[in-house]
Each structure stands twice: as structure tokens, then as C-alpha cells.
Design a protein around this ligand. Structure first.
Ligand SMILES: Nc1ncnc2c1ncn2[C@@H]1O[C@H](COP(=O)(O)OP(=O)(O)OP(=O)(O)O)[C@@H](O)[C@H]1O
Ligand SMILES: [Mg+2]
Length: 480
């Protein structure tokens, strides 16, 4: 839990001119619960339209739209609408202000305590930077209530009855819980994808004529291995299934096993692709179903046809590309499907496929800030679990990258506490990890631990020193 800190935010001119001090705890700012003339009218807000309730925070009635995600307990049988109303009322009466993070459940609300597992404020950083907060009267909360599916993936057998041609998850799935938050990209990539999906679904929903304005609902993420492409696709699907649940009560993720679509029977592969898409088409026919199709290593299905024609590829791969393109064009008329694809080798993908993708985002190795934040989340987890020794009786809060930078520039440096000392050392580790992928970074704490002699309740300072050596070794062992 973060220790409370103080920030100052000037009130708008219509109220007191001087700055007001607010206490932040646990990611949420708690204001003194005084009756304020700024408290919004108690009138029921008009239900948000799909795009509002999904991703793109926009200003509605001069307010910032902020998503509040409410996860129900697995045992809860409460109606989503009832919980939504109850949370909306709770947010109004407690006059909370908003920054990303969990909202503590009110002790005196038996209904919420019985049914709700967690409440989380999301995406305020679209509007404010560096953990600043939005005050309650500036915000229109968009409450999304969901319950995680615990079913796990269900396998669908392929044409020859041996390989599965796809895995299917009911979303939101327990397996992907927290994945979105764990992914760190400095470039605003996650927000861009969320906004894209919101626009794509809104255009379909509003019946925009596709002959006049064209969009395919195809995303292509490309870049080096281990940079989070597949995870980002899964996490995006999960996020959208939560944000769009009032329009689409059911969501599914179909993870295509591209290799299973190559038949040992020459010329059959094109038919296998058609068969796979036939199954997808059936799911999409239910207009209450939102379907996400994930095709990893799409270059294997959409191999560049010019390479095939030059004789270096078997002609079966041409049939597969042709089948894939035809099927994608057919799916275009269905408003409730999003195709997400990833690749390590964009140059190997057929140009006609690349051309169909609305978003072609490069996902590169993490920047210094992203590396620091990924490693910070790892070290924080080791402190929480007791693998690393805590200096105090509660887990240390390491500084975020912006606060560390600020502290390093300011005079507060003199009063270096345990948190600042550790954070500075972590920055050195992050610098030593230049060029490592997110996958390597998430493995680094484990490898560091395995390299140490005294591994029970390690001293964090020693641990971070060893981590620098481990990072150097990892970098030197990378293939060119
Ligand atoms: N930017 C990131 N932030 C946080 N974690 C990351 C990041 N990039 C990668 N990871 C972690 O690395 C692991 C591997 O990620 P993932 O499999 O999604 O990468 P990928 O780009 O699909 O790799 P490949 O190209 O090899 O398929 C995941 O556990 C993920 O959490
Ligand atoms: Mg991948």
C-alpha cells in the first residue's frame, strides 16, 4: 500500500482561489467529506454510449469520463445493473477524487462487501500526468461491472482431428486478470489501441457506410521477440470485453493455432483456413457476442506471395494467403469482431494483408522508463512476498520513475531514505538492461535470485547489485 502523500491542486476560479491540500492513499484521493456547492446534481446521468463507456475519455458535460471497473466475487449472483447503481451512488456520496488504483470498499455497505471483489479507477493518466488526481466534481465515472470467467481455454480440434486449430476463452477470463496493468509501454500504445477499438466498434454500431469510410478492425503488432505483443492483444481483448459489456454481454477470444492450418495433405490448407473462419463466422452471427481473433506469427499464414511465386515457398502457402484474405474480407461486414495479429518479421508478410490492417504498431524493446517500471513491479512483488527483506514492517514503496527523476533533481536528495536509495539503485539496473526485452526483464529477478548464495530473505541492496551483473551477463549472452 502506498504511504499517503500530499499534493496541491488549485481549485477552479469560481471557488477558493488558494490551493487545497488533499490526501492520497491507496491510489485514491480522499477529500474531506464536506457538503460542497460543487457536488454534482443528483440527477441520473444519461447512460454512456458505447464509445464513451469503452475507452476514449472525452469531456461530457464539461466532465472527464473516467472508467471505474468493478470486479464481482466469483460467488456473487447479484445483477450487474444493481451493483453498478450501488457503486455509482457510493462514488457520489463519498465525494471521492480519482487517480488510478484501487478504491477501498466502504465498511458499512453490506451489499457491496458481499458481492464485490475489487473496485479500480482506470485511465486517469489520459488527462493528468505523474499520479495527479481529478477531483470528484470534474469527473463523470463510467462504472463497468464484470465477473471473471474461471473456465479456462477450450480447445477446438483441427481438420485431421489431431492438432487444435484454435483455443477459445470466455472473456473476461481469470487467466488474463491484471495483464493489462502489468504491461508497460512508454509510448501510450495501450491507450492508442483502446481508443482505436472504441472508434472501430462505434463506427460499426452507428452503421457508417463502409464504402464511404473504410475500416477493417484488423490490428497488426510487430517487433522483436518478447516485447509483449501477444500479451497486449490478450489484455486488450479482456479490457474491451469489460468496457463494452453493456453492449456485448458475451465476449470470446479465439487464439488461432496458425501451424495447425498447414495440412500434411497438399492443397488442403486453404480449406482448413476456410473451415476455421466458418466457425468464427458462426460465433459472430450472435450480435450480442463480441469476438476477438488472435493470430500470432501471422507471417506464417500471410506469407508474402511474391516469395512463394519466386519458388522459395510451396504453393500451398499461396492458397492459405488467398483463403485468409478472402475470409477477412467476408468478416468485414460483421460489426462485432476484431482481428488482432502479431509478427516478428513484417517483411515476410504479404503486402495485401499489411494493407488491410488499420493499425500497424511497432512494439520495440522497452525504454529506460519502461524498464525501470517493469523492474520496479518485480522488486515490489519480491518485497511483498518476503523474498526480499523489508526495512520496515510493511513493504517498501519504491519511487515511480517520474518521482525519482524529480527527487534526483531536487534538494530532497540529502534526506535519502531506504526507498530513495533502493530506487536509485534500481535505476542503475534499468540502465544496465538496455536492449533487453520485457520478457527478459521479467525473468531477471528470478535469475538474480538463483545466482545468489544466501537466498532467504535477501538484502535488497545486495540483490540489486547482483541484478546488474545478471543483466550484463544476459546482454552478453544474447545472440547477435
Ligand atoms: N512492455 C512490457 N511490459 C511488461 N511486461 C512485458 C513487456 N513486454 C513483455 N513483457 C512480458 O514478457 C512476457 C512475454 O511477452 P509476450 O509473449 O507477449 O511477447 P511477444 O512480443 O508476443 O513475444 P514473441 O514475439 O516471442 O511472441 C510476458 O510475460 C510479458 O508480461
Ligand atoms: Mg507472441
Amino acid at each position: 500500500m502506498s504511504s499517503p502523500m500530499e499534493i496541491s491542486i488549485p481549485k477552479p476560479e469560481s471557488t477558493e482561489p488558494e490551493a487545497e491540500t488533499i490526501k492520497i492513499e491507496n491510489g485514491v484521493v480522499l477529500e474531506p467529506n464536506v457538503a460542497s456547492p460543487m457536488i454534482p446534481e443528483q440527477s441520473t446521468p444519461t447512460p454512456p454510449i458505447a464509445s464513451e463507456s469503452a475507452a476514449s475519455p472525452a469531456i461530457a458535460d464539461d466532465k472527464f469520463l473516467v472508467s471505474v471497473e468493478v470486479c464481482l466475487k466469483p460467488s456473487s449472483t447479484a445483477r450487474l445493473d444493481d451493483v453498478r447503481t450501488c457503486v455509482e451512488r457510493m462514488l457520489e456520496t463519498r465525494s471521492l477524487s480519482y487517480s488510478n488504483g484501487p478504491v477501498p470498499l466502504p465498511d458499512n455497505d453490506q451489499y457491496l462487501l458481499e458481492n464485490v471483489q475489487s473496485i479500480c479507477v482506470c485511465d486517469t493518466d489520459e488527462w493528468v500526468k505523474n499520479g495527479e488526481v481529478l477531483l470528484f466534481w470534474q469527473v463523470k465515472p463510467l462504472v463497468h461491472v464484470y465477473q471473471l470467467s474461471e473456465e479456462g481455454p477450450c480447445e477446438e480440434l483441427g481438420g485431421d482431428g489431431q492438432h487444435s486449430s484454435f483455443n477459445e476463452w470466455a472473456l473476461p477470463a481469470k487467466e488474463f486478470d491484471g495483464m493489462w496493468e502489468s504491461l508497460i509501454f512508454e509510448s501510450g500504445l495501450k491507450e492508442r489501441l483502446l481508443r482505436y477499438a472504441a472508434s472501430a466498434l462505434l463506427f460499426s454500431e452507428k452503421g457508417v457506410n463502409p464504402f464511404l469510410v473504410s475500416w477493417n478492425r484488423i490490428i497488426l503488432l510487430h517487433g522483436p521477440p518478447g516485447t509483449g505483443k501477444t500479451s497486449l492483444c490478450k489484455a486488450l481483448a479482456q479490457k474491451l470485453s469489460i468496457r463494452f459489456s453493456s453492449r456485448y454481454p458475451q465476449s470470446q477470444l479465439i487464439e488461432v493455432n496458425a501451424h495447425s492450418l498447414f495440412s500434411k495433405w497438399f492443397s488442403e490448407s486453404g480449406k482448413l483456413v476456410a473451415k476455421l473462419f466458418q466457425s468464427i463466422q458462426e460465433m459472430v452471427e450472435d450480435e450480442n457476442n463480441l469476438v476477438f481473433v488472435l493470430i500470432d506469427e501471422v507471417e506464417s499464414l500471410a506469407a508474402a506471395r511474391n516469395a512463394a511465386l519466386s519458388g522459395s515457398e510451396p504453393s500451398d502457402s499461396i492458397r492459405v494467403v488467398n483463403a485468409l484474405l478472402t475470409q477477412l474480407d467476408k468478416l468485414k461486414s460483421s460489426p462485432n469482431v476484431i482481428i488482432m495479429t502479431t509478427s516478428n518479421i513484417t517483411a515476410a508478410i504479404d503486402i495485401a494483408f499489411v494493407d488491410r490492417a488499420d493499425i500497424k504498431a511497432y512494439v520495440g524493446p522497452p525504454t529506460l522508463q519502461a524498464r525501470y517500471e517493469i523492474l520496479r513491479s518485480c522488486v515490489q512483488e519480491l518485497l511483498r512476498s518476503g523474498i526480499l527483506k523489508n526495512f520496515q514492517d510493511k513493504p517498501l514503496d519504491m519511487l515511480t520513475f517520474p518521482s525519482l527523476k524529480e527527487k534526483l533533481l531536487s534538494s530532497e536528495m540529502q534526506e535519502a531514505g531506504a526507498s530513495l536509495t533502493l530506487s536509485r539503485q534500481l535505476l542503475e539496473v534499468a540502465e544496465a538492461c538496455d536492449g533487453l526485452s520485457g520478457r527478459s526483464l521479467r525473468k531477471l529477478p528470478f535469475l538474480t535470485h538463483a545466482a545468489m548464495a544466501h537466498t532467504f530473505n535477501c538484502d535488497p541492496i545486495k540483490f540489486l547489485c547482483t541484478m546488474i551483473d545478471t543483466a550484463k551477463r544476459e546482454r552478453s549472452e544474447r545472440p547477435d
